[in-house]
Design a protein around this ligand. Structure first.
Ligand code: IPM
Ligand code: MN
Length: 352
């Protein structure tokens, strides 16, 4: 196959982890005889510095023309500590999501047998945990009107959803549930929020289209608790943008390292594959960042964007091996010997 991939490395550790994912993707393409072509695009703080825009039109065109986007991370402390900054790197990520119509963010919670002991949670609570969170990605409070009054002593962020937006994401979640253990948890705050009541209404109206799926509704505060207390109780979880942001960070703790968690964002145009961790500026340039979340995102890319399942499986297999053999970065190794970002990348590529 001919694969055209846009590569948006972004900020912080983004370029380092992307470099390792590319080594692995190259190795997979060599093994399975695919022709691969990468087109780099500027985004985040790097793009602000170069052209004053965190998601330049040129980058958008590169993404639109590609078969898939491999994305690193976005964010820079220079902006985090400056609430008055007019342009922020994160706006690039949000603009990309909106312009590519990426309404669904698929975040699996993976548990690796060789890492069970690294989790802050007891092994018996998590060993069979296997759920996927489907986060709505182009609506809600992230994209509603924001503002300040004239005196700038009052601020607001509006949370809005249309029935169509909710229906499209819940229907997708039902399709995932059908292909899995047929259980769907719809997470909201319907005891307080009107948008959540719309979510619940839409959920109830879709239930009859998927009679084989058991539907459960859970308030977000209770969901936060249940993720820790009984993660094995979930199969597919669907929720609005900000609840999904928060709950998936929480869920990533189950596996023992956030650096391991991949994601796929899918929707109207080219799909984007990125680790769920951020730009981790403290580690940037130190060659210590864990590349596995990005490498596993590349596996999701083969699966979702190209329907190349053997290729995806080959990547997952070497990742499992690196965990089993302890060929890992310091976040996972702890006091055991650890390897650098590039060493892990080289090792994975050679094992492919
Ligand atoms: C994520 C990130 C982003 C989000 C930030 C960087 C804007 O936390 O992808 O989860 O909140 O969506
Ligand atoms: Mn997040």
């Amino acid at each position: 196959m001919n694969l055209n991939i846009a590569v948006l490395a972004g900020d912080g550790i983004g370029p380092e982890v992307i470099e390792q994912a590319i080594k692995v993707v190259d190795a997979v393409c060599a093994k399975f005889n695919h022709e691969i072509h990468y087109t780099p695009g500027l985004t985040g703080a790097a793009a602000i510095d170069a052209v004053g825009n965190p998601y330049p039109d040129e980058t958008h065109e590169i993404c639109m023309a590609a078969d898939a986007v491999l994305f690193g991370a976005i964010g820079h402390p220079r902006f985090d500590n400056d609430p008055s900054a007019k342009v922020r790197p994160e706006q690039g990520l949000l603009a990309m999501r909106k312009k590519l119509g990426l309404y669904a963010n698929i975040r699996p919670t993976l548990v690796f047998p060789s890492l069970l002991h690294k989790s802050p949670l007891r092994t018996d609570l998590i060993e069979n945990a296997d759920f996927v969170c489907i986060r709505e990605l182009t609506g809600g409070i992230y994209f509603g009107e924001k503002g300040r009054n004239e005196a700038r002593d009052k601020a607001w962020d509006v949370c809005e959803y249309t029935k169509e937006e909710v229906e499209r994401i819940i229907r997708l979640a039902y399709q995932y549930a059908m292909a899995r253990k047929k259980k769907l948890t719809i997470v909201d705050k319907a005891n307080v929020l009107e948008t959540s009541r719309l979510w619940r209404e839409v959920g109830q109206s879709l239930e009859k289209e998927f009679p084989e799926v058991t539907t459960e509704y859970l308030f977000v505060d209770a969901a936060a608790m249940r993720i820790i207390q009984w993660p094995e109780g979930f199969d597919v979880m669907v929720t609005e943008n900000m609840f999904g942001d928060i709950l998936t960070d929480e869920a990533s703790v189950i596996s023992g390292s956030m650096g391991l968690m991949p994601s796929a964002s899918i929707g109207l145009h080219t799909s984007v594959f990125e680790p769920i961790h951020g730009s981790y500026p403290q580690a940037a340039g130190k060659n210590i960042a864990n590349p596995l979340g990005t490498v596993l995102s590349a596996a999701m890319m083969f699966e979702y964007a190209f329907k190349l399942y053997d290729e995806a499986a080959a990547i997952r297999k070497v990742v499992d091996q690196s965990l089993e053999e302890g060929y890992v970065t310091v976040d996972i190794a702890g006091t055991a010997p650890s390897y650098s970002t590039t060493q892990v990348g080289d090792w994975l590529a050679s094992r492919i």
